[in-house]
Design a protein around this ligand. Structure first.
Ligand SMILES: NC(=O)c1ccc[n+]([C@@H]2O[C@H](COP(=O)([O-])OP(=O)(O)OC[C@H]3O[C@@H](n4cnc5c(N)ncnc54)[C@H](OP(=O)(O)O)[C@@H]3O)[C@@H](O)[C@H]2O)c1
Length: 381
């Protein structure tokens, strides 16, 4: 419950949340933020953070207010995240709020990053502005809106969202030669949208060899995510579609420190970025250091189990398609090598994976074309 807020306050905050959504896929590593300026119950300005390096939501709402000929002095500003107090790509928002003479600021969620953490609200209060912080449904919605930003701010790692598509008999791989897609066209369209919203997409070398995927977001004008391949021995074939399409999106190969030097050299010469990491957590830390705040995990069961065993999955999105596939024999690679026996003569994937159980904090179910989509959240940041 929002103890300090009225029903009208909550309604304006919900509008600010709607506006914030419009920046999705365009502002990372910054957070999504929306703002509304209200005087005597009427909206006199609206704004959101629309692109990285562009105006913050608060300044954009104040600009809108001026454009409409409104006067923000004494008005209330509703904003989904505490206004920033630091100089970044843009000047501090608290300065703009104080200069505009805003009388009251209603904030839906706090900013957990070190440079913020309550400084903005304090400066506003010291400047004579009344500040109210939401605590009810709008606060929860504001936190959920910015899970990648919040996890990255708090841990330095990207939010990990696992995507799985499975048949009614629980299979996730199709027969050799068959299309690798299990879910229907509507679900595939959604997957492309999620790719465009992610900073990075990841698969294991098993999927890279079996499916030779592109992993781009097939949406006109979409920002393309970095394509990350977990490939401990640097086996990614130079003729793979991934390496042949570096003009479309970068490829980052995560290898073990003992990967063969000649293979590492070949991948770098082909234009891939190579990252040496001892385990999944240090790989995620490295990705976070590159300002990647979300990782959409689209690999096969081996990599998914490894993430699960290391307790690194924050959310899952599982499509269940109305079909039976039967258990598939080891798939035949569509490119380069053979994942049944690698160049080092190893027959089975890494043994560090194992059974693990994680129960969702909350989940929801939706129908997408012929498929059922179950979204589950394991950790909230
Ligand atoms: N239905 C779906 O949602 C879906 C999604 C993707 C793929 N698939 C299907 O899954 C099949 C491929 O399955 P897969 O399990 O082989 O693919 P995968 O999980 O994408 O790749 C597995 C490989 O990743 C490498 N790897 C690198 N670091 C790892 C780590 N820390 N832990 C575990 N593995 C690591 C391992 O090879 P190294 O030890 O050599 O590094 C391992 O063999 C294909 O048929 C594909 O079509 C289905």
């Amino acid at each position: 419950m929002n103890s300090q807020l009225t029903a009208m306050d909550e309604e304006h905050l919900r509008r600010a949340l709607e506006l914030a959504e419009r920046g999705r896929g365009r502002v990372s590593p910054n957070p999504l933020v929306g703002a509304v300026v209200v005087r005597d119950g009427s909206v006199i300005g609206e704004g959101f953070h629309a692109e990285l390096g562009g105006l913050h939501a608060e300044r954009s709402a104040l600009e809108d207010c001026r454009r409409r000929g409104g006067n923000p002095a004494g008005a209330t500003m509703y904003v989904t995240l505490e206004p920033c107090a630091h100089q970044g790509r843009q000047p501090p928002c608290v300065e703009a709020i104080l200069e505009a003479g805003i009388g009251r600021v209603v904030i839906a969620s706090e900013d957990p990053s070190e440079k913020a953490a309550g400084r903005g609200p304090e400066i506003l209060r010291n400047g004579g502005v009344e500040v109210a912080i939401a605590s009810g449904a709008e606060a929860t919605a504001a936190r959920r809106l910015n899970q990648p930003f919040r996890k990255h701010s708090r841990t330095g790692m990207p939010l990990v969202i696992l995507k799985v598509a499975m048949s009614l008999d629980g299979q996730t791989a199709t027969a050799p030669g068959d299309s690798p897609w299990i879910s229907g066209p509507e679900s595939q369209e959604l997957v492309h949208k999620w790719r465009a919203e992610s900073d990075a997409i990841a698969i294991g070398i098993g999927t890279a060899l079996a499916d030779d995927p592109l992993l781009t977001a097939r949406i006109e004008g979409a920002r393309q995510p970095v394509r990350v391949i977990f490939d401990s021995q640097a086996r990614l074939p130079l003729e793979s579609q991934l390496l042949q399409t570096l003009d479309q999106a970068p490829v980052l190969v995560t290898t073990a420190p003992d990967a063969p030097a000649d293979r590492l050299g070949a991948l770098k010469a082909a234009g891939a970025e190579v990252l040496l990491a001892a385990n999944l957590e240090s790989a995620l830390q490295e990705l976070g250091r590159r300002d990647l705040t979300s990782l959409f995990l689209e690999g096969g069961q081996t990599l998914a189990s490894a993430f699960l065993t290391s307790n690194l999955i924050d959310e899952s999105r599982t499509f269940i398609a109305p079909m039976l596939l039967g258990r598939q024999p080891n798939s035949v690679p569509r490119v380069g090598g053979d994942d049944r026996e690698d160049s080092a003569g190893r027959r089975s994937p890494r043994s560090e994976t194992g059974p693990a159980r994680q129960t969702a904090q909350w989940s929801s179910t939706k129908t997408i074309g012929p498929d059922t989509l179950i979204t589950a959240t394991y950790k909230e940041w």
